[in-house]
Ligand binder design. Structure first.
Ligand SMILES: C[S@@+](CC[C@H](N)C(=O)[O-])C[C@H]1O[C@@H](n2cnc3c(N)ncnc32)[C@H](O)[C@@H]1O
Length: 300
């Protein structure tokens, strides 16, 4: 039995149930970050399961994701490890490998230090730089963990990407003409290392394991906004993927087992819609807003 889920809603249900009821081949992009089984202190979910049971569950989720994903869709899975359990992201990838092709391994870089001497003369950076945040650790053995994985899975490994949509400008502008693949715009492939710092927030964190909204935003753009009708996040948390979708003007569906997080997610979506109603109409047009009656969110 299937159910036609209304778009642009976050359902307070177990994703196994939600995914089971979704129509096959409905989704263009899945962007998500599951619990990593590292003992994180969520409101409801117990993040401490026996390894085998956890990986079996992840496999079940992956099988259902494959069902709902279109044949030319993209499944971006963000996972990180810990100093005590550095293998978990790779164990997850090995499990999902049974059902998907690993088309790209992207590294989400949270913090980076670059020495001026390594940059080269053409850069306008004149000194050593260190940007971004990470969780500091007190240990002589380990470095700070400054990265997580974003595994880009597809059904056959042949999905064309819109790489220049998240590209970086050429440093040497002569290359715009020189490289045939550059489609003559000042944007080149940024590669598979994506520096995305955490958003700085002043109030206490309502969720212990969020990703920045820029992460799903970049994944969706990389797949191609023009060919994306529906984005799914089966572990929606407090709605970072939904907020990214509102920004980009694409439809989303989310599942989140914890109603407190799901409510915060809905609030964040409303705030984002409100924020967009106050920006210049030209910008609204540029981000391609098409799914919302913006007038209903304008504050009086
Ligand atoms: C890593 S967090 C995702 C955070 C999200 N990316 C964000 O930025 O807000 C994983 C989330 O999965 C939720 N979760 C755990 N088991 C679930 C299930 N079976 N179905 C739906 N959500 C679940 C947890 O409550 C948690 O909020």
């Amino acid at each position: 039995m299937t159910f036609n889920f209304e778009y642009n809603r976050i359902y307070d249900v177990d994703c196994i149930d939600g995914l089971s009821y979704m129509n096959p081949q409905e989704v263009d992009v899945i962007v998500t970050s599951p619990p990593y089984n590292l003992g994180i202190d969520y409101n409801q979910y117990d993040d401490n399961r026996p390894r085998d049971a956890y990986l079996d569950w992840i496999e079940q989720v992956a099988i259902l994701c494959k069902k709902v994903l279109k044949d030319d869709g993209s499944f971006f899975l963000n996972v990180g490890g810990s100093l005590k359990d550095p293998w978990i992201p790779l164990d997850i990838a090995q499990t999902i490998r049974k059902h998907f092709v690993l088309q790209n391994t992207i590294h989400w870089i949270k913090s980076i230090a670059i020495s001026h001497e390594d940059i080269g003369q053409s850069s306008n950076i004149s000194e050593d730089i260190a940007v971004g945040h990470y969780k500091p650790i007190n240990s002589l053995r380990f470095h700070h963990d400054c990265h997580e994985y974003i595994f880009h899975f597809t059904k056959k490994g042949d999905v064309g990407l819109d790489k220049t949509a998240i590209g970086v400008p050429y440093q040497d502008k002569a290359n715009i003409r020189r490289w045939k693949s550059a489609n003559k715009t000042d944007s080149r492939d940024r590669g598979n290392t994506w520096f995305i710092p955490y958003e700085t927030i002043r109030e206490s964190r309502p969720h212990p394991a969020v990703f920045p909204t820029k992460l799903p935003e970049m994944c969706i753009k990389d797949h191609g906004v023009a060919k994306t009708d529906l984005v799914l996040d089966p572990f929606m948390g407090i709605g970072s993927t939904a907020v990214a979708c509102v920004k980009l003007g694409v439809n989303y569906i989310g599942f989140e087992i914890d109603s407190e997080y799901a409510n915060i997610a809905e609030e964040r979506v409303l705030l984002e819609k409100e924020r967009l109603t106050f920006v210049d109409p030209k910008i609204k047009h540029a981000v391609g807003l098409k799914n919302y009656e913006l007038g209903s969110f304008i504050k009086i």
